[in-house]
Design a protein around this ligand. Structure first.
Ligand SMILES: Nc1ncnc2c1ncn2[C@@H]1O[C@H](COP(=O)(O)OP(=O)(O)OP(=O)(O)O)[C@@H](O)[C@H]1O
Ligand SMILES: [Mg+2]
Length: 315
């Protein structure tokens, strides 16, 4: 055993002649959160499927919890929990019945399973809806139930495929809190996401997947150093205002698409924004449009690959 919960090397996978994973190496330390970031079709789910024994790689090696996924499938499965991209709850059952079913599948004795099910319902704030059919659950409730089902049996390594896609901001934060709690208990989390912000907030390490290759890997801080920071976007009514602003401001770049726009590097905080506006105000320069822009997945892809993520998607 090493301190790696997950270690993959030279992972390759193709569907017929379409190469989806083209030599992936990754290493996830025990008790940390690793986030695989990528747009639609990048190969995130395929990676999870291979790491969780649901799919065989064409080549390469993977060890999860110290076991080889190809030859020690059972041992790997005993150590992990997987919450897929699409909720695996049975719609004809209630929330409680879904959890009970999981406990039965894990071979838990009845007294223990009752306790575990009640605990999980409570932890995920689902006790009140426990007796309702899951068809009546909202997307966020289903996602929570799905994760609760994954936690039955206390897996030490958990794979979450886009756990917050489609959730509203509040449910997303709830999910983040639950994930952080799990890590505080020593669980290792491997999660995929399309949101740079999510990876940034949660992950100890992030890997960026693009067309089957990891184009960057590192801590959030290391990655952010490679991408342009946040900026304030100023749009002026005409050339006169624009020209005046260019004389007043010391640090800015032009926008590639809109001639009347300047981008001013900024942390986006209230203080620096106020200073910037006061500076323009002092010269009576009117701003037509104003917005604070924080880097998103597109900026990451543009910086790392020279292409936007939507162009990857179109392929
Ligand atoms: N069973 C399959 N047969 C053929 N091609 C597949 C199959 N599963 C996935 N693919 C293709 O492999 C590529 C990667 O798919 P994958 O589901 O891993 O992407 P993803 O990063 O999870 O995307 P998303 O964000 O949309 O979930 C896609 O181009 C997809 O069309
Ligand atoms: Mg997917």
């Amino acid at each position: 055993m090493t301190s790696s919960a997950i270690a993959a090397s030279g992972l390759r996978k193709a569907y017929k002649d379409k190469v989806v994973l083209d030599g992936i190496d990754l290493d996830v330390a025990t008790g940390t959160i690793f986030s695989l970031l990528g747009p639609n079709g990048a190969g995130k789910t395929t990676t999870i499927n291979v790491l969780t024994t649901l799919m065989k790689a064409d080549s390469g090696t993977v060890r999860v919890a110290g076991h080889d996924v190809a030859t020690q499938t059972k041992a790997v499965r005993a150590a992990i929990g997987v919450t897929g991209q699409f909720a695996a709850v049975d719609e004809l059952l209630t929330g409680q019945e879904n959890l009970q079913l999981m406990a039965d599948l894990k071979g838990m004795r009845s007294a223990e399973s009752k306790r575990v099910v009640a605990e999980l319902l409570d932890r995920f704030d689902l006790t009140e809806s426990a007796q309702k059919m899951t068809t009546t659950y909202s997307g966020g409730m289903r996602r929570k139930l799905d994760l609760a089902m994954t936690l039955v049996g206390k897996p030490r390594i958990i794979f979450l495929d886009e756990p917050t896609t489609g959730l509203d901001p509040r449910s997303r934060r709830t999910m983040w809190d639950i994930i952080r709690q799990l890590v505080a208990e020593g669980v290792t989390i491997f999660l995929t996401t399309q949101y740079l912000e999510e990876a940034d907030r949660l992950a100890d390490r992030i890997a960026v997947l693009d067309q089957g290759k990891l184009v960057a890997q590192g801590t959030p801080a290391e990655l952010k150093r490679q991408i342009p920071g946040s900026h304030v976007r100023l749009r002026f009514a005409g050339d006169a205002e624009l020209g005046a602003a260019m004389r007043v401001l010391t640090d800015f770049t032009r926008d590639g698409e809109d001639d009347l726009v300047l981008r001013v590097p900024s942390d986006g905080g209230a203080k620096s924004v106020r200073t910037l506006l006061a500076q323009l105000d002092a010269h009576s320069i009117e701003i037509e449009e104003f917005s604070v822009h924080t880097p998103d997945l597109d900026d990451v892809f543009l910086a790392l690959t020279g292409r936007s993520s939507t162009k990857v998607d179109a392929k």
